[in-house]
Design a protein around this ligand. Structure first.
Ligand SMILES: Nc1nc2c(ncn2[C@@H]2O[C@H](COP(=O)(O)OP(=O)(O)OP(=O)(O)O)[C@@H](O)[C@H]2O)c(=O)[nH]1
Ligand SMILES: [Mg+2]
Length: 304
């Protein structure tokens, strides 16, 4: 199955609810205040955010108020707008040949999908012919190291580990040195999940970054914040807090398959103004990729 067809089934919860909802409102009906209000409510439920939901419905109203409208027209209009919003931010993750290794560090709140995303991305980079290494700098949970080792074994990628509860910064530092010696192209650093309001844990993350900079001032080359789509609008405040603490360079949004609120991708593009490098639509190694804004928008609205 192509990523596009998996995207379609991954977004089925969102598109079913939204597409079905729009069809229910706009069947032989004029665009009036009541239908506009219902539409706005549906968009908010899909997690596009209140301000965007309002903007989209008002703009549509300006064009079509009092005219008889079909569900298809509404969905086409929204898909066009959403695709335009996403376009500047749907940017695949690339590496730069000037850095050996490129350092990509994953950050985010507990359980958002950091480790799984590293497993998937590392395998994809390896398939592109790059030399990849992973640093297990989540030394907080014993199971975290095993989890990333399983991903490493699956794709035959070396995983650098420290002892249980070792200083994560020292694991990252050692892995960086090893990656340099072994001429690795991409080093992924897995970090422990942390809530944005835990200042000591945020300081620990800053320390990891500081230590990497001792070896190479330009490192880390990517700080990827992983967000769970099922957490809804809370993802926006997570980005805001992490951005204040570490220099987040891009986002990955996971678990779009587990939610009817896929609109968070659009809300994030608009509010966070950071590249969205990839979206996760399942637990498997193939279930993560960069996305085409138009495909996303059309599937989101249950359009072919
Ligand atoms: N359905 C679905 N599940 C996912 C996706 N991405 C990750 N998961 C699952 O989410 C759970 C948590 O993923 P992890 O990768 O362990 O998350 P984490 O951020 O590393 O968690 P901590 O290290 O505890 O902070 C696992 O069961 C993953 O299989 C996705 O795109 N879709
Ligand atoms: Mg993890």
């Amino acid at each position: 199955m192509s990523f596009l067809s998996r995207l379609k089934s991954g977004l089925a919860k969102t598109s079913g609810k939204l597409g079905g909802g729009i069809a229910a409102i706009f069947t032989k009906r004029k665009l009036d205040n009541a239908s506009l209000e219902e539409l706005e409510e549906l968009l908010i439920e899909a997690d596009l955010g209140a301000s965007l939901a309002h903007e989209l419905t008002s703009e549509f109203s300006k064009q079509r108020f009092d005219k008889e409208i079909s569900s298809e027209e509404v969905r086409e209009f929204l898909a066009g707008k959403i695709s335009d919003i996403l376009t500047p931010y749907a940017i695949p993750l690339t590496t730069c040949n000037d850095h050996q290794p490129n350092i990509i560090i994953m950050v985010g709140v507990n359980g958002n999908g950091k480790t799984t995303t590293i497993g998937k991305l590392a395998s994809q980079f390896k398939q592109q012919g790059k030399k990849v290494m992973i640093a297990a700098a989540d030394t907080f949970r014993a199971a975290a190291v095993e989890q990333i080792q399983v991903w490493g074994e699956r794709s035959n990628i070396p995983v650098v580990t420290g002892s249980f509860q070792a200083d994560p910064a020292s694991v990252a530092f050692q892995a960086f040195e090893k990656a340099k010696t072994e001429k690795i192209d991409v080093l992924f650093i897995d970090t422990a999940g942390r809530l944005q309001n835990k200042t000591n844990l945020m300081a620990e993350l800053q320390k990891i970054i500081k230590v990497l900079k001792k070896i190479d001032e330009s490192a880390p080359h990517n700080v990827l914040q992983v967000l769970d789509a099922t957490t809804g609008q809370n993802a926006l405040s997570q980005v805001k807090s992490f951005k204040e603490m570490v220099n987040v360079s891009g986002l990955v949004i996971t678990k779009l398959d587990g939610t009817a609120k896929g609109g968070i991708v659009v809300a994030l593009a608009r509010e966070a103004k950071l590249p969205i490098h990839a979206i996760g639509i399942g637990e498997g190694i193939e279930d993560l990729d960069s996305f085409n804004p138009k495909d996303f928008a059309r599937n989101f609205l249950d359009l072919e």
